[in-house]
Design a protein around this ligand. Structure first.
Ligand SMILES: Nc1nc2c(ncn2[C@@H]2O[C@H](COP(=O)(O)OP(=O)(O)OP(=O)(O)O)[C@@H](O)[C@H]2O)c(=O)[nH]1
Ligand SMILES: [Mg+2]
Length: 452
């Protein structure tokens, strides 16, 4: 338990009507008592836990703001410490003044994520849950948010606890086995157990990769010769008239980029200038921009126009080695088809759409998600939100366990196997937040904002 009391504005700063100053620590109620004048004469010190009190904040006889104060006693609080939340109504100046008053009366300004750090260090939530709080604050998609909430309930922590238990079980088997001379039998006992944990660890890693896709998003570049309907498709995918569409080839010059959620996954979609032989400086610059967009993209949508025969520009694009996934999209399929030739190469699975009237867009969206997520439909139960640190530790566990399995198969000494298992067990402990160094903790919580 900490002996100091922290204070911060825990709502986003801005013009908003109500803001909250939150304090946590042993002195929280005493400090609030000193600056709060209750309207009904009930002192905060005598107030029951989890009650709300109406009154004013007063400094040197001057009324600062009309407020509602929530009093919560340890340990049934977010940080397991005494918490007071002062709901201010007077805008940003009043909020700042109230915060200053709490600091003058003995509170310390909270560091980033310090409330959540206390919740973790006081055993209220696991490290994974603490990080889920951050993911909830930062979630951009509904699915990202749901996954973070799900993880807040401890799904990842349970997974790590399972891995750690199984490693401990294997270690116990080896210890028993050391007294058993029959190595065959020992391998028969432990190997299936190890394979099970390795598979499970790899499954979590895979879920982490999928989670990264859900939260960080994927980039799609819309590419094609001028006038095939890239900007029209861009608008259709965003469901808004974002880019300029005209019948004039060369309408889009600069790349235009927007985020959209498709089947729960966050995408950055880039509309590009039509690719053709550049004649002037503007075209040259436009082509360069398009190339940069293609380089950044996880997927290229290559658009063709069904209402005109393939041009040499189309052929060049179709034959190009993109070095990344490409989906061919035949647009304007509402018009009579003039694409007589069979389309070469990658276009076998081309999507026929009409960007203008929306036909085929749903199928295309499914196709995009299927291709990039390998047919896997992300859901809150099947993705994990892992940061680089967690991913790295999981990866180490997987490697150490594989080494142990190899050593076992090759009938190496039980000590070698046990050594690898013990390392894996230690890493799993780190993931559970056991014996974490101050540095690692600071690093984790520094990603939070002040007041959380
Ligand atoms: N009939 C029909 N017309 C379409 C369709 N999609 C786009 N168009 C028309 O094709 C013309 C060009 O559309 P844009 O979306 O501006 O094409 P673009 O590929 O962005 O063109 P640039 O920016 O010049 O490279 C416009 O007149 C659109 O209305 C479609 O599915 N069906
Ligand atoms: Mg355009």
């Amino acid at each position: 338990m900490y002996d100091d009391t922290i204070s911060a504005i825990s709502t986003p700063l801005g013009e908003g009507g109500i803001g909250i100053v939150r304090m946590s620590g042993p002195q929280a109620i005493t400090i609030a008592e000193e600056i709060f004048h209750p309207a009904h004469g009930i002192s905060l010190k005598q107030a029951k836990s989890h009650t709300l009190h109406y009154g004013t904040i007063v400094s040197q006889g001057r009324e600062i703001d009309e407020v509602l104060v929530t009093v919560m006693h340890a340990p049934r609080t977010y940080t397991r410490e005494n918490i007071v939340e002062i709901n201010c109504h007077g805008g940003i100046v009043a909020l700042r003044t109230v915060l200053d008053l709490t600091l003058r009366k003995g509170a310390r300004l909270a560091e980033r994520g310090e409330f959540t750090k206390r919740a973790f260090l006081n055993g209220r939530i696991s490290l994974d849950q603490a990080k889920s709080v951050l993911d909830i604050v930062k979630a951009k998609t509904k699915l990202g948010l749901e996954a973070a909430v799900d993880q807040l309930h401890g799904r990842f922590s349970e997974g790590i606890a399972f891995i750690r238990d199984k490693i401990a079980e294997s270690l116990a088997e080896i210890d028993v086995g050391i007294d058993f001379p029959d190595q065959e039998e020992q391998i028969g006992q432990i190997l299936p157990l190890l394979v099970k944990v390795i598979d499970y660890t790899n499954k979590l890693l895979k879920q982490g990769e999928q989670g990264k896709i859900v939260t960080d998003g994927l980039t799609i570049a819309l590419v094609g010769r001028p006038n095939v309907g890239k900007s029209t498709l861009f608008n259709a995918l965003l469901a808004e008239e974002r880019a300029i569409v005209t019948p004039i080839p060369g309408t889009t010059r600069d790349t235009v980029e927007e985020e959209a959620t498709i089947n729960g996954v966050l995408f950055r979609i880039i509309d590009t200038a039509g690719l053709c032989k550049p004649t002037g400086q503007i075209e040259k610059a436009a082509v360069r921009r398009t190339e940069q967009a293609i380089n950044r993209a996880d997927l290229v949508l290559l658009l063709l126009d069904a209402s005109s025969p393939l041009t040499s520009e189309d052929h060049t694009l179709l034959e190009k080695n993109w070095e990344k996934p490409v989906l061919v999209v035949i647009n304007k399929s509402d018009l009579p088809c003039k694409l007589q030739q069979t389309i070469p190469g990658t276009a076998k699975n081309a999507y026929k759409i009409s960007a203008r009237n929306g036909e085929g867009i749903k199928q295309l969206s499914h196709g995009i998600v299927n291709l990039l997520l390998e047919g896997y439909v992300p859901s809150k139960q099947t993705i994990l939100l892992l940061d680089v640190w967690e991913q790295d530790l999981l990866f180490r566990i997987s490697n150490l366990l594989s080494n142990a399995a190899e050593a076992l198969k090759n009938a190496q000494s039980p000590d070698m196997v046990a050594e690898q298992l013990r390392s894996a067990y230690r890493v799993a402990g780190e993931l559970q937040g056991i014996d974490l160094s101050e540095d690692v903790l600071d690093h984790i919580f520094a990603r939070f904002c002040v007041g959380k």
